[in-house]
Design a protein around this ligand. Structure first.
Ligand SMILES: Nc1ncnc2c1ncn2[C@@H]1O[C@H](COP(=O)(O)OP(=O)(O)O)[C@@H](O)[C@H]1O
Ligand SMILES: [Mg+2]
Length: 351
């Protein structure tokens, strides 16, 4: 199954920086946060694409831009063969029910003053799905059961549920309109470890039953390895490496992927990543390094890394953004860097 459902071409999302009046008068041009800065990616129908990277690298912004919750600064978004970033809000409306978003924080995404029934039924009303209220109510009840809750829960309010149950409600709401594509933005990160696995397995069941395509955003490497068909590794708004799970976890090439996978004993990048792994700070997304954005923290960076360069293809599915790695020399190698980042003495090439 290699038919793209979603395709991103040179996608950028730059946010203007909030500045004081004086700074604005002094600055020669408006500064922007380059949250997503030139992403090319396809997501095939029926697959789960895992998107990983440290906190702040642009994962959520990418997800929202794909669904046109944010309109892109530049680049193109294609869905099911049609370009959608140029559509007006009116023309986008019929597509909205085919693409849904599940947020990290279920409590914050559910209206506290509405009962479960009204929350899950709402998208059906908005999109005019179902012929009668009764039909919509029936569909709502079925969905609530399908995500592992009971009909008795329909008349309760969100605060009466645990975090895991709240996320089940949010998932039922997302699926109520029968979407094809769902962006799951850290859907288990806010939950107790004990219930995370249940939600993951629910999402897997639902994907199979409803033939869903997932963009699964997470900083939890064990989750992404478990659930993904392909994985994309993001750093400062750009993809450093992407490939199948086997390629990215078993034969990774980019030094950044290496540092994520090898230098972190635990799986949780958000908790440990920035303290343990890499030397130096993540550069500012307002003024990121030229060329390879990782070069200021990379143990094998050379002068040429400061120049713009093309991705390198290691296989039909495996793409790496690093000029130090070549398929001829390093193809298949799972130990890509001469010096592991943790032990490296140098700070890499600085600006
Ligand atoms: N609405 C916004 N306005 C300005 N900056 C933003 C906005 N949303 C996100 N950012 C910035 O964009 C960068 C990427 O954020 P985000 O997409 O939330 O990263 P992640 O989901 O990987 O943690 C961060 O530097 C963040 O501060
Ligand atoms: Mg996020």
């Amino acid at each position: 199954m290699n038919e793209p459902l979603v395709e991103l071409r040179g996608l950028k999302q730059h946010f203007p920086v909030e500045t004081g009046l004086l700074e604005r008068l002094l600055a020669s041009e408006t500064q922007t946060v380059k949250a997503v800065d030139g992403v090319d990616l396809t997501i095939d129908r029926g697959e789960t694409l895992g998107l990983v990277g440290e906190s702040g690298c642009g994962k959520s912004t990418l997800g929202k831009t794909v669904l046109q919750l944010l309109r892109p600064t530049a680049g193109e978004v294609w869905f099911d063969g049609g370009r959608i970033d140029t559509l007006s809000d009116d023309d986008l409306r019929p597509l909205r029910e085919r693409m849904q978003f599940v947020f990290q924080d279920p409590a914050g995404s559910l209206n506290p003053r509405r009962r479960v029934r009204a929350i899950v039924r709402r998208p059906l009303e908005v999109h005019g799905i179902g012929d009668s209220r009764r039909e919509r109510d029936e569909r709502t009840a079925d969905l609530v059961e399908r995500v592992g809750l009971s009909r008795n829960h329909l008349d309760r309010y969100p605060h009466e549920f645990s975090g895991g149950q709240q996320q089940r409600i949010a998932i039922a709401r997302a699926l109520s309109v029968n979407p094809e594509f769902v962006v799951l933005d850290e859907p288990t990160s806010a939950l107790d470890v004990s219930v995370q696995a249940n939600i993951i397995s629910l999402l897997e069941d639902l994907q199979r039953d409803f033939e869903l395509t997932y963009l699964f955003i997470t900083h939890d490497l064990s989750v992404v390895r478990h659930i993904s068909d392909r994985v994309a590794v993001m750093y400062l708004g750009e993809l450093m490496e992407r490939g199948t799970v086997e390629e990215v976890f078993g034969a990774y090439q980019h030094p950044y992927t290496y540092s994520l996978l090898e230098s972190i004993p635990a799986t949780d990048l958000e908790d440990r990543g920035q303290r343990v792994v890499l030397r130096g700070e993540v550069p500012s997304p307002i003024d990121p390094p030229s060329g390879c954005k990782f070069r200021t923290r990379c143990p094998i960076a050379i002068e040429e890394c400061a120049e713009a360069f093309e991705d390198r293809k290691f296989s039909e599915t495996h793409t790496v953004h690093c000029i130090r790695r070549s398929p001829e020399e390093h193809g298949g190698s799972a130990t890509p860097v001469e010096e592991p980042p943790v032990e490296a003495e140098s700070e890499g090439i600085s600006d």
